[in-house]
Design a protein around this ligand. Sequence first.
Ligand SMILES: Cc1cc2nc3c(=O)[nH]c(=O)nc-3n(C[C@H](O)[C@H](O)[C@H](O)COP(=O)(O)O)c2cc1C
Length: 201
Amino acid sequence: MNTPIKIKIILGSTRQNRFSEKPAQWIFEEAKKLEGAEAELLDLRDYPMPFFDSPISPSMAKGQYPNEVVKKWAEKINDGDAFIIVAPEYNHGYTAVLKNALDVIYTEWNRKPVGFVSYGSAVGARSVEQLRQVAVELQMAPIRNAIHIPVDIFFAAMMGKGPTGSEMFEPIRKGSMGDPVERFFNDLLWWARALKAAREI
Ligand SMILES: Cc1cc2nc3c(=O)[nH]c(=O)nc-3n(C[C@H](O)[C@H](O)[C@H](O)COP(=O)(O)O)c2cc1C
């Protein structure tokens, strides 16, 4: 019970000039400040997995994956107690590279919470809603609170206006209904602790 909660932050875009690096780095720095938790950033660029083509479903593979990169990915996900997915929105959905990373393994995701950091012209809400459906099938617990980066912050960054570092996200913490980042982490850690204890029974 006293071992730290391992939070893995997954960067959901691999494209050149991606914006996702900025919110991923920011939320990673914030997660590192949490007591009783350890955070690690997982960049899908470091896991160039094949487009899923296994003869059997990962849900039947009992954690045995023939591809070496998938094996490495599975080990990292298995090590996690909670996940934060930094999710862009592509054509009102989430990215293909992220879906592939979710599909290539299975048991490693099971019975663990996931929260989302998103952005886009509709704050990435459509992408997150779809990801929640996928997470349920992976036997994960998608948490209610998400961090939807306000459109003004996202658009300013797109147009090269305003701050370029993590300070661009600071206004998010000053919400009229309290600090959504604190709520997000409280929610994620509550589920992570509850499910970790349940997995250890
Ligand atoms: C293929 C593609 C489709 C997109 N579709 C949407 C969309 O449906 N909704 C939206 O808000 N933004 C959309 N965008 C704009 C993205 O929000 C923007 O490019 C963002 O920076 C993508 O995240 P990334 O830079 O981390 O990859 C799209 C971008 C691309 C490349």
